[in-house]
Structure formats: structure tokens, C-alpha cells
Design a protein around this ligand. Structure first.
Ligand SMILES: Nc1ncnc2c1ncn2[C@@H]1O[C@H](COP(=O)(O)OP(=O)(O)O)[C@@H](O)[C@H]1O
Ligand SMILES: [Mg+2]
Length: 303
């Protein structure tokens, strides 16, 4: 199968779109282009997975889609209009969890529920909060504080908070990376169910090809430049024509799944080999200590 160009994959008017987007960090001698000529159209209700090596610019891409940063060139469009700022219609889950350390799990999630359903009856909001905490499998830890949680559990609270906002678009930046395999599989199932049931539009950044194929309608490799210091681009899109619901165990025997997995793996390996042929690249920075939570000012972060 030949990968389609991203632009061709979505026929309906896109909900979220990047047009010829470029982004760099630094200036002068330290100017580092990260993304260039990025065009990507995401249709309403679509589940898109972005895969790529660490340091290629995936988080930079998510920040642009969230409206947390603006491109140097090109446009970011939301429903055809230029995007100006973060909004409640976009829920973001970052690699680093941004939880309020003085609140329990339940309270952290309740805050997000109250933010969007403040006018609802108290009992109803309480029910919704507990529902979401249960959804991410944390009912037993409801009264714990972030410092008492494992990394995976904190990541689940962060996901619960994003789900609580009930955003139309979920932007997930490697949200399951810190989880053990079993929890990860559980959350993958929940994500698939949520996306299907609530018709959310989802952009999931992941380094796990199987996860991308299990969950998405389309896998987009973010391709590093041919040499270090060159910006990443998007050149290919792999549609995942596997019917839903997808069963993880059954997938291993699915011909389409195996074919796509092979194609994507060789595609990424070829890109990796090309990059290794250049000079070694600096490792990506650690997540910021105090990431911004959209619309929440600057909370302290627990590690
Ligand atoms: N705020 C920043 N200032 C300067 N350089 C940055 C900043 N954020 C990311 N970078 C650099 O941009 C590149 C892409 O980073 P990032 O988008 O975090 O990649 P990924 O999420 O794919 O690991 C990396 O080389 C990283 O070092
Ligand atoms: Mg990242």
C-alpha cells in the first residue's frame, strides 16, 4: 500500500488543520527549526495517531494544535478559523502531569468537572466526578494526594481531568507512556470506547506502533530531518482500515494489522537509520517542572 498524502485522507471540512506550519526555537546562532511545511487536516470525530522518535517535535506540534503556541509560518485553523488561544473545546494531556498537589484525586477531578458543569446540581457533579475517576480505574485511590501516587496513577488523574472537561478535541501527548503494560491496555480500551461512544476527535502522540494501530483511524509519522538540526516534516499518512471495535488479542492475527505494523515499522526504521547517518542529536529536554494547564493559571507540579 502506498501511504496517502495527509491532505487527501480527510474529505469532510476539517475540524482542526495545520497549513504549511513552521516552528523554531531560539534565535540567531541558536535558532533551531523544529517543524517545517507541516500540513495536516483532522476531520471531526477522527482519531489520529502521531508517531515519531523523541525530540522530533511531537510536543511542539501538540502545543500548536492546542493553541498554546503560535506558528512562525503557516496557519493553525479550528473549524476553518485561525486559532488564537487555548479553549475549553480542546483538552490536553501532557507527558508531565499537572496536578494540584494539595488536592486529592477526587478533588483534582472535581475541579475540572465543576469548571465545565458548575451550573449543574451538586449531586450530579459528584456523580460525574466519581464516574470519571472510576473510568480511569482510580476509585480505590480517590482520597489519595498526588505525592502518594505512582507515575502511572498521576498520569491517569491527568487523563481524568481532561475527560472531565468533556472537550470536543482531545490532544494526548504520550499520555500512557509512564504506565505499566496492564494499566496501559486498560486505558487503551477506555480511550477507544470513549472516542467511539462520545465521538471525540482525538490526536494521540505515541511511540508505540501497536497502540497507534489499535486506536487510530490514521497514523502519521512525524519524520525527522535528514540531518540533525533540520526540521521535521509530515510526508505520509497510513490509514488504518481495521473495523471497530478492535480487539487487541484478535488484532495479532489480523492481516491488515500485521501488514500495517510491518510497513510502519520499516518506515520508521528507515527514518531512524537516515538520521543516525548524520551527527548525533542532542537528547530532548526533560519535561518542564511547571507546565501550564490551559485555563488554570500556573499550578505547582508534583513529581
Ligand atoms: N521550549 C523550547 N526551547 C528550545 N528548544 C526546545 C523547546 N522545546 C523543545 N525544544 C527542542 O525542539 C525539539 C523538539 O522537541 P519536542 O517537540 O519536545 O519533541 P518530542 O515531543 O517529539 O520529543 C527538540 O530538539 C527539543 O530539544
Ligand atoms: Mg514530547
Amino acid at each position: 500500500m502506498t501511504p496517502q498524502l495527509p491532505e487527501e485522507a480527510t474529505k469532510a471540512a476539517p475540524l482542526l488543520e495545520l497549513r504549511g506550519v513552521a516552528k523554531h526555537y531560539g534565535s540567531g546562532a541558536h535558532r533551531a527549526p523544529v517543524l517545517e511545511g507541516i500540513s495536516l487536516a483532522i476531520g471531526e470525530g477522527e482519531f489520529v495517531a502521531v508517531v515519531g522518535f523523541s525530540g522530533t517535535g511531537k510536543t511542539t506540534l501538540v502545543n500548536l494544535l492546542a493553541g498554546l503556541s503560535t506558528p512562525d509560518a503557516g496557519e493553525v485553523l479550528l473549524r476553518g478559523e485561525p486559532m488564537r488561544e487555548p479553549g475549553p473545546d480542546r483538552g490536553v494531556v501532557f507527558q508531565s502531569y499537572a496536578l494540584l498537589p494539595w488536592l486529592t484525586v477526587l478533588e483534582n477531578v472535581r475541579l475540572a468537572v465543576d469548571a465545565v458543569a458548575g451550573e449543574r446540581h451538586r449531586g450530579e457533579r459528584e456523580l460525574r466526578t466519581k464516574e470519571i475517576v472510576a473510568l480511569v480505574g482510580l476509585s480505590h485511590a480517590s482520597d489519595k494526594h498526588p505525592r502518594e501516587l505512582s507515575g502511572g496513577m498521576r498520569q491517569r488523574v491527568a487523563l481524568a481531568r481532561a475527560l472531565a472537561q468533556d472537550p470536543q478535541i482531545l490532544l494526548l501527548d504520550e499520555p500512557l507512556g509512564a504506565l505499566d503494560a496492564l494499566t496501559r491496555a486498560n486505558l487503551q480500551r477506555e480511550l477507544a470506547a470513549i472516542a467511539l461512544r462520545q465521538r471525540k476527535t482525538v490526536v494521540l502522540v505515541t511511540n508505540d506502533i501497536d497502540e497507534a494501530l489499535l486506536l487510530s483511524d490514521r497514523v502519521i509519522p512525524l519524520e525527522p530531518g535528514a540531518a540533525p538540526g533540520e526540521p521535521a516534516r509530515i510526508r505520509a499518512s497510513f490509514p488504518v482500515a481495521i473495523p471497530r471495535p478492535r480487539d487487541r488479542a484478535a488484532l495479532n492475527h489480523d492481516i491488515e494489522f500485521r501488514k500495517l505494523r510491518n510497513e510502519l515499522t520499516s518506515h520508521l526504521l528507515a527514518l531512524g537509520a537516515r538520521r543516525r547517518a548524520g551527527r548525533p542529536i542532542a537528547p530532548p529536554p526533560l519535561p518542564p517542572l511547571e507546565p501550564r494547564v490551559p485555563g488554570q493559571g500556573l499550578p505547582r507540579v508534583v513529581r
